[in-house]
Ligand binder design. Structure first.
Ligand code: ZN
Length: 258
């Protein structure tokens, strides 16, 4: 049985995809991956992701500033982002990827929080969902989202955290982005969480070209691997494959309005 899938998070404007878009799109489409959400990371790729979406019917994009790619002049970068969002075309389906990353203890938390909050405001003002990157920062992200009271919610991309944290995100209207991490034997905690959350809250994503799956380490991750992630998800769940495939497809369609 073949199903239709959406890769809700892949960087198709990055190398090696950018040199050979058609090949990678076709490879994924052959496996049933029919739509792709391409988030941006800062001002240097906003135009690229937008033009990718103009070239390919199956590609949608998001505009944002990733916490690890904030420029020194972050205030003017936020102003440019606002301008881009105002002028966006209809295939811009979210703000992101944005969020917080406190992995490096030396990071500039204040700048990250400022830039993230501004993007939450944009999402609220223009009624777009958020694609959130959060590492070692779930509690601060939750606090900011609670204060923001967003209308559209969004997705916590590449989620790994506790069930309690997942529940808090879900109660704020967020979905849980499930990626290659669930292919790893050692990811017991995350797999356990993903097995317990409602199917209506799950999105599939590769984060290609990053986040290779177990068994493919050292290789470039690509959007066709959504199918492998789906197979791993099925092993964690009691529902039928068909029910799972239909649900995750619908979830992405509904969240991004595509
Ligand atoms: Zn990403």
């Amino acid at each position: 049985m073949t199903f239709e899938f959406i890769d809700s998070h892949c960087h198709l404007d990055f190398s090696p995809f950018s040199e050979n878009e058609a090949y990678y799109l076709q490879k994924a489409q052959k496996k049933g991956v029919s739509k792709f959400i391409v988030p941006s990371v800062n001002q240097f790729n906003w135009t690229n992701v937008a033009s990718l979406s103009q070239r390919h019917e199956s590609i949608y994009y998001a505009l944002g500033i990733h916490p690890l790619f904030i420029s020194n002049d972050h205030q003017s970068e936020v102003a440019s982002l606002t301008q881009f969002v105002i002028e966006r075309r209809d295939k811009c389906v979210a703000i992101g990827e944005c969020g917080l990353d406190f992995w490096d203890p030396e990071c500039n938390k204040e700048a990250q929080i400022y830039v993230f909050q501004k993007q939450c405001f944009l999402a609220k003002q223009y009624e777009l969902p958020l694609i959130i990157h959060s590492r070692k920062s779930h509690d601060v992200v939750l606090k900011i989202l609670r204060e923001m009271k967003l209308s559209k919610g969004g997705v916590i991309h590449g989620f790994s955290g506790s069930l309690q944290q997942a529940e808090q995100f879900m109660s704020l209207g967020f979905l849980i982005g499930v990626g290659g991490i669930i292919s790893y034997e050692r990811a017991k905690k995350t797999k356990d969480v993903i097995s317990q959350i409602p199917l209506s809250k799950i999105l599939l994503e590769t984060d290609a070209p990053d986040m290779p799956l177990s068994g493919f380490q050292g290789e470039i991750n690509s959007p066709d691997r959504v199918l492998n992630i789906f197979e791993c998800l099925c092993l964690l769940r009691n529902e039928s494959k068909k029910t799972i495939a239909n649900a995750v497809y619908r979830n992405a369609n509904d969240l991004f309005g595509i």
